[in-house]
Ligand binder design. Structure first.
Ligand SMILES: Nc1ncnc2c1ncn2[C@@H]1O[C@H](COP(=O)(O)OP(=O)(O)OP(=O)(O)O)[C@@H](O)[C@H]1O
Ligand SMILES: [Mg+2]
Length: 251
């Protein structure tokens, strides 16, 4: 039995925009401690799913809940506490170019105004240490490599001490060492009790960081299960995703 107080759930969520169907009757269960990856080709709706859970966009039909509280149909003010339990590392990092690394990581905490400058600095340093870029504290994003930017974006997500961390294609564009760093960071976060939800088409990273997998295809949930179930799935859409063949060219 799923403990509704410690999971994020989507039920039969449909989302259309600009006359296009992006999601149809999409179901998702993210239980605390059961790290998940959503797989799908470019443009299949992966980022859309994360935005829906964060309440940045609203579905036309269906239900979304965070730790047992339904957020669909409610203003953000009614689920702010639940929303705060989620942090996201955006595709591309989305750092503020005009702020230093330290200011980027501490930005949220400054905005909230609950902690003193010294307390915030301590948290910022701790998070940057965790991701291994503390020496970059006073640098600007333009002075960082792609891999460092991703790690700073992760430190920023950690600053608010979330329960769930969403990763939107965290390894795209990184070299093998950068990918390895992200995988080991995600594993350390999981060991520290955080639950990760990643969207990606990078299968090795997905298998190295997740227990369960959802595959989205043509706006629908095409598969949900473990790595073994995914690899052994007889579904043509699953096999096509795992091992693209000439058939998949130009379609
Ligand atoms: N505001 C919008 N108006 C029209 N179409 C949109 C809008 N937002 C998203 N889309 C379309 O919805 C589809 C899904 O977008 P989404 O960003 O969720 O895909 P994705 O799976 O994250 O892709 P990628 O792997 O390239 O990041 C895309 O085809 C995109 O063009
Ligand atoms: Mg995306």
């Amino acid at each position: 039995m799923t403990d509704e107080e410690s999971c994020i759930r989507m039920e039969k969520v449909s989302y259309n925009v600009g006359g296009r169907t992006i999601l149809t009757d999409f179901d998702l269960l993210l239980e605390q401690g059961v790290n998940r990856t959503i797989l799908g080709v470019s443009g299949s709706g992966k980022t859309t799913i994360l935005k829906l859970i964060l309440g940045l966009i609203k579905p036309q039909t269906g239900m979304i809940s965070i730790n047992g509280l339904e957020i669909t149909g409610k203003p953000e003010s009614e689920y702010r506490e639940q929303r705060k339990k989620i942090a996201i590392v955006f595709q591309g990092g989305a750092l503020f170019d005009s702020m230093t690394v330290g200011e980027n990581v501490g930005y949220r905490l400054f905005e909230e105004g609950r902690l003193s400058q010294a307390e915030i600095e301590e948290i910022v340093r701790e998070k940057l240490r965790f991701v291994g870029v503390e020496p970059a504290l006073d640098l600007y994003p333009a002075e960082l490599s792609g891999g460092m930017k991703k790690r700073v974006a992760i430190a920023r997500a950690l600053a608010a001490d979330p329960e769930y961390i969403f990763f939107d294609e965290p390894t795209t564009g990184l070299d093998p060492i950068g990918v390895y760093n992200i995988i080991s960071l995600m594993n350390r976060l999981q060991e520290a009790g955080k639950t990760t939800l990643m969207v990606t088409h990078d299968l090795p990273t997905a298998f190295a960081t997740s227990l369960r997998f959802s595959l989205i295809h043509e706006s629908r949930l095409a598969f949900e299960g473990t790595e073994e179930e995914l690899r052994n799935s007889p579904l043509p859409n699953v096999q096509e995703f795992l091992q693209p063949s000439e058939k998949s060219l130009f379609v």
